[in-house]
Design a protein around this ligand. Sequence first.
Ligand code: 13P
Length: 268
Amino acid sequence: MNKSLRRAVIAGNWKMNETRAEAKALLEEMVPSILNADCDIVFCVPYTNLETVADMTRVTRIKVGAENVHYASSGAFTGEISAEMLCELGVRYVIVGHSERRRFYGDTDETVNLRAKATINAGMTAIICVGEMLSEREHGVTNEVVAMQTKIALEGIKQESMKNVIIAYEPVWAIGTGRTPTVQQANDVCKLIRNTVADLYDQATADSLTILYGGSMNPKNCEELLSEPDIDGGLIGGSSLKADEFSAIVAVASRLGYGKDAPKAEGE
Ligand code: 13P
């Protein structure tokens, strides 16, 4: 399948970084250099920055994302935020099941599935994160782990909703460590995800699914990773907080030029 038919997405995950003032300064520096990009760009930012980022990117094609969402529509869940609340602020994407949420906040494959469904039902796109831990890779069960996470995350999501799903492969041991799998290893797992989706739905659904790689992606290694046949973009942590590094990755994705013939997302 021709990569040009899949949407190429470069998404930043700011994690718990940037006060509102810092966010404004970062965007002022970054936005001018990515305005004419030939790929989709998403800033996934802390809740407190959603409105600021939405306001500052309103006249651009840059989209705003959240880093988590609660799966209930409302209720006695102190400290939580619903999909409707995010949508109201102009949020179009939500990261669900990031390994930091799984590790520190008890997210499980089942709650990831519920969060993905809440995101999609509200009309947003879920960026579902999957990935093995180092011990799992060492035990040779990466494929089993990632296939299981993918299957459970997608349970009950209808084929017609898959246009609102992106899957991000993030090997846990590569996040924030400067270590990355070889491009072959990274592509192999992305391909496994695509094959899993083909088994669950059909080949056409798998062929049009955008799959991102995340974990120490930076301007130096992004071209090699983004050139792989099953890697359609990046979910970027550290480098998304540095204007020059994030713009450089966006420039590489734009230059590679894939995703140009993909169907336009709603609202474009
Ligand atoms: P780093 O790019 O800092 O390794 O983070 C990756 C990540 O967790 C994105 O969600």
